[in-house]
Design a protein around this ligand. Structure first.
Ligand code: ZN
Length: 248
């Protein structure tokens, strides 16, 4: 057996670890999409503005109802004034006491009408800022809705891309697994179950790159004398420790 064929299972194992790490990163990215956080923030702002828009709509509705009441009262006053004026014109020969009473009533009605017209103006002034605020809020809501639709499209696209990449990588994984002998694969699975996602480390000088700790010189000396097929493990982290000759 040449050295190249003996190192082949370990190289396949290292590639499998790399691919599994990538799959894990894809899972992490899939569940931490920035678009999701962005969407939540936009929806939060939209709900907040919708809350004040709804208050403004209620205030506006109330002011409009009051305006309508005042307009109705003014119309009624105008009609009364006209009736009284007609009555006065028709009563040219009436007693001066009756004419004075009608005149007093005319003044009273005219004053009441002026008061109503003042109230109408005040209501107009009150409505103006409420309407302006409401228009502004509704514009912001429309803009937010556009942003929400846009981020949803982007999110769906990102998910589709990540899923496509995952299915490509999963296909490749099958090919790699076939290159790793069953016993080595079983060890890989056992170590993963014990230490977590990264089960394969490399020996770099005296250091294990899985836990970054240095191995004692005697241990490095011992494992450097092992035949290429023999598996070594890091005493510190328990990971499979691939030696340079196994990756050549
Ligand atoms: Zn280690």
């Amino acid at each position: 057996m040449t050295e190249e064929t003996s190192s082949q299972p370990f190289k396949a194992l290292a590639a499998l670890q790399q691919l599994d790490t990538e799959l894990l990163q894809l899972t992490h990215r899939r569940s931490n999409l920035p678009e999701v956080a962005e969407l939540q923030e936009l929806q939060r702002r939209s709900a907040e503005i919708e809350g004040s828009a709804s208050d403004l709509r209620a205030a506006n509705g109330e002011l409009m109802a009051r305006q309508e009441d005042v307009a109705t009262a003014i119309a009624r006053q105008v009609q009364r004034l006209h009736e009284l004026e007609r009555k006065m014109q028709a009563s040219t020969g009436a007693a001066s006491r009756d004419l004075a009473a009608m005149d007093a009533e005319l003044h009273r009605l005219a004053e009441h009408q002026r008061n109503l017209e003042d109230e109408e103006l005040l209501l107009l002034e009150e409505v103006e800022p409420v309407e302006a605020e409401l228009t502004k809020a509704e514009m912001q809501l429309r803009e937010l809705q556009i942003a929400i639709d846009e981020v949803k499209v982007r999110g769906r696209k990102a998910v589709a891309e990540l899923d496509a990449l995952r299915s490509t990588r999963e296909g490749e994984r099958g090919g790699l697994v076939a290159k790793v002998p069953d016993s080595l694969l079983a060890t890989y699975d056992q170590v993963r179950a014990k230490v977590g996602a990264i089960a394969v480390a490399r020996l770099q000088g005296h250091r294990c790159d899985g836990c970054s700790l240095e191995l004692p010189a005697v241990e490095v000396d011992r494992i450097s004398k092992l035949s290429i097929e023999e598996l070594s493990t890091c005493d510190h982290c328990g990971r499979i420790l691939l030696r340079p000759d196994q990756l050549r």
